[in-house]
Structure formats: C-alpha cells, structure tokens
Ligand binder design. Structure first.
Ligand code: CMC
Length: 438
C-alpha cells in the first residue's frame, strides 16, 4: 500500500519561478517515491529519465528486489524458500492470487491448469506457415498473438472472468506451444499433453518423446526444469513486463499484450542473454577454452570491442543475483545426474566467473553473474537447443506478465501509458519543391 510520508520534496528553480512542493509516498520496503503527477500541470515541465533509471512506473504488490542485498521476494516470500519448498504451479498461484495455496486450492489450481494444456487443433496448421528454420522466438511471438484469434471468449481485458480464464489458458498452453515450435523445427510429430504428468514433466515429454517409444520423466531433470520456471516467473518492472503493462494499458486483449512481452524478451540484453551467453561460452571454447579466458576478458574490458560478458551485470542487482546462486546449484545437480560433471563449458563458466569476480573492472562496476549465466548450461545439458532457451524463459515469465497486467487493469487509478519527450528536432518549417531541396 502507498502511504503518504510526512516528508515532502521541494522543487525550486534558479530563474525565480515559484517552487513546488511534491508529496512523497512510502512503500512497504524499498525506496520512497516522489509523486510528480501534478508537475506538468503546475510548472509546464516534464521530468527526463530515459531508460527509467530513477522512475517508478507503477505501484505493485507482486515482486520486490533489493539489488544491493541480492534479495528477491515474490509476494514477500524469498526466492530461495520458494525454490526449495514449492513447485512452479504453487508459484503461479502465489503470483496471481497473492498467497500460497492451501492443499484444497492447490489441487484445484493444478487441475485447472493441467486441464487447459491442449491447444486448438487449428494452431498446428497456423504453425505450418512458418519456415522450419525460423527462430523459436519469432514463432512464439506469432503463436501467442494468434491465441486471441482462437479464444474469442477471453479477450475482454476489462472483464475479470475473461482475465482469469486467459491467465489459466496462457500458463497452461505456453509449454505446449514451445514444444510444438521445437517439434516443428525438428520435423517430428507433435506430442499431445498428458494430464497425469506434472507441469514440467509434461513439458519434457512434449519436447523429447516421440510416438514410437515410451518416455519416462527423469525426476532430477523434472525438478531442475521446474526450478528454472520458478526462478524466471517474475522480476518486477523489467523491460518485457513494462512492455506488457504499456501494451495492455490501451485495453488490448491479454494474448496480444503477452505477445508484446515475448517480443521484448527476445533481445540479448534481456531474455536473449541466456542464448547469447551459451554462444559466448561455445565461442571461447572454440578459441581454446579456459586458456583463452584472459584474452577474452581483455576484449570485454576494451570499450571499443563491443564485447560484453553475457550473463553478467544487471540494472537492479549490484550484488550476486540470488537466482544465479540457485541456478549454479541446479547446474551441479543436473550435470551429476547426467554424468556430465566434467562438462568443459561448465568448467569454462566457473573459470570466467572466478576471474570476473576478482577483476577490478567488474568489482568497480558491481557486475555479478545473473540468472542467465548458468541457466544455459543446465538447459543445454537437458538437451534443449540453444535457440529455444529464450522461449523457455518466456514460458516461465508468462505468469509474471499476466499477474502484473491483471494488477494494473484491476487498479482503479490506471491510465493508458503515455510517456512524454524532450523534442530536439527541427521546429516548424515549410516543404520546399523537390528542385530546391538540398
Ligand atoms: N560486460 C561488460 N561490461 C558490462 C557488462 C557486461 N556484461 N554489463 C555492464 N557493463 C559495464 C558497462 O559497459 C558500463 O560501463 P561504464 O560505466 O564504464 O560505461 C557499466 O558496466 C554499467 O553498465 P550499464 O550498461 O550502464 O548497465 P545497465 O543497467 O544499463 O545494463 C544490462 C544492464 C543487464 C543490460 C548489462 O549489464 C548487460 O548488457 N549485461 C549482459 C547481458 C545480460 O546478461 N543480460 C541479462 C540480464 S538478467 C536476465 C533478465 O532479466 O533478462
């Protein structure tokens, strides 16, 4: 809840214009905010904050990050406890409804999601229009956007029942869509979902089974995948979530808003970093592996090279990303289970991490490993192709996007998002005839 602080901010101007008093609100935890909503009306001036470095775009009750401590809470619960004691669908319930489910609600929610896993049969004909070698994120953006064409009865964002059913449908159908995109690229038949399996187990089967043989879900891998989903489920107002909020603020349908989130996530500075990180590790491996780490680090530190250490750094975390700690642990478990403890890429990643954590460049800038540093190694070990990593991130983040979208729409104070600008282009001028133009 937003509480008005006793303290107020005063904005004064050196040209003698009248000063303005600005209210300050306090949240439960985290920095206070200065309320500038009346600033333009009273002063005719905007604030300027490209990249939202100092701007809270909304108030929210869902996720809290303390970037200095390296703390991540979903609805107040530390990510470490959720990763240990809950599964992904419990986490989805928590994010959507505000608290963890009791036994009865848990069973009811699990069964509702599991019973919506199939997609309209027509979806596979739609999928067929894509090139077989299309990037899975290109396909996923299209498929998620197309859901609004298949599920007309849940597209009214202002109707709470529509929002609820769209939420369940999206969470339930994302694994099916991601697996279909994968099977399509492989030229293999789609595997229909099996509702007696867990959410993660079902996804594994849809990905890796074929109709010609029985498939047994490996519980260690199932748990690892479920943990990847939990760790990626929400991350407050990051680029894709803010995209979903902005897109949804126009009143567009939930499927369209989530498709916008998928598109934003694709970028290498955001969800695409796991793919970029694995490609980077493979490239260093080809150059000569651990022996070439020093040379690679010199490139990273050279501002003119354009090379970044992917999987390192974060806008909010100025400490170890708590998700990276958990992912590192999962990485050990999966590699041990699969007999891959000598995996050269894992060794390379550990060596890069060690060097970076001791290097002045990284220490001075507070650059630590983020979740993507280890998630790619886990996914690759499981057998997921690199190009599908970001699609798995999108699958897991869908619940966060929906929870944030629904929170915004249900807020009586919500308005269409409409940032302003500082215009620095040409002022008004006349169009000259072609012969007179420079
Ligand atoms: N490698 C080398 N230098 C870096 C890196 C990196 N990975 N990240 C930041 N820096 C430097 C940057 O050049 C700048 O240096 P200087 O102050 O000398 O100009 C300084 O550190 C501050 O960086 P910034 O670009 O101002 O920070 P930002 O908050 O705008 O960017 C980031 C955050 C995540 C985009 C960036 O750290 C990055 O590109 N990291 C690599 C990509 C990556 O792993 N992304 C995944 C993020 S976590 C998953 C998710 O939530 O999507």
């Amino acid at each position: 809840m937003m509480n008005l602080s006793d303290v107020k901010a005063t904005l004064s101007f050196s040209d003698g214009s009248a000063a303005m008093e600005l209210p300050i609100y306090k949240g439960t935890i985290g920095p206070d905010v200065i309320d500038i909503r009346k600033l333009y009306g009273q002063t005719g001036k905007f604030t300027y904050d490209p990249g939202f470095l100092s701007t809270a775009s909304c108030n929210s009750t869902i996720t809290y990050i303390d970037g200095d401590k390296g703390e991540l809470l979903y609805r107040g619960y530390p990510i470490e406890q959720l990763a240990e004691k809950c599964d992904y669908l419990d986490t989805c319930y928590l994010l959507l409804y505000g608290d963890l489910p009791n036994d009865g609600k848990r069973k009811e929610f699990h069964s509702r999601v599991i019973n919506h896993t199939m997609v309209n049969e027509q979806m596979q004909f739609f999928l067929r229009g894509f090139r077989r070698d299309a990037h899975p994120m290109a396909i996923l953006t299209g498929l998620v956007g197309a859901l609004s064409a298949f599920y007309h009865d849940s597209t009214d964002i202002n109707n709470p029942q529509h929002r609820e059913i769209a939420a369940i449908r999206l969470i339930a159908k994302m694994p099916t869509l991601v697996a279909m995109a994968y099977k399509y690229s492989m030229g293999q038949p789609y595997m229909y979902p099996r509702n007696e399996l867990s959410y993660a187990g079902n996804f594994m089967r849809m990905m890796f089974a074929t109709p010609c043989a029985d498939y047994t879900v490996n519980p260690v891998i199932e748990r690892a995948l479920d943990r990847i989903f939990i760790l990626h489920a929400d991350h407050e107002q990051n680029a894709s979530t803010s995209t979903v909020r902005l897109c949804g603020s126009s009143g567009t349908n939930p499927f369209a808003a989530i498709a916008a989130g998928v598109a934003c996530l694709w970028g290498p500075s955001h969800g695409g970093a796991n793919e970029a990180c694995l490609n980077m590790l493979e490239e260093i491996q080809t150059m000569g592996g651990v022996a070439k780490v020093g040379e690679f680090m010199n490139q990273v530190k050279d501002k003119n090279s354009g090379v970044k250490l992917m999987g390192f750094g974060h806008r909010v975390y100025k400490n170890y990303d708590p998700r990276a700690t958990l992912m590192r642990q999962t990485c050990h478990e999966v590699l041990n289970e699969l007999g891959l403890h000598d995996d050269p890429l894992f060794k390379l990643a550990m060596s890069l991490e060690k060097i970076a954590l001791e290097d002045d460049y990284f220490v001075a800038r507070k650059l630590y490993p983020n979740v993507d540093f280890y998630s790619g190694i886990v996914q690759r070990a499981i057998g997921i192709p690199v190009s599908l990593f970001t699609a798995i991130f999108a699958l897991a983040r869908t619940v966060g996007w929906i929870a944030q979208l629904n929170e915004m729409i249900a807020d009586p104070e919500y308005k269409i998002g409409r940032p302003r600008q500082l215009f620095v282009g040409a002022a008004s001028r006349d169009v000259k005839p072609v012969s007179e133009r420079a």
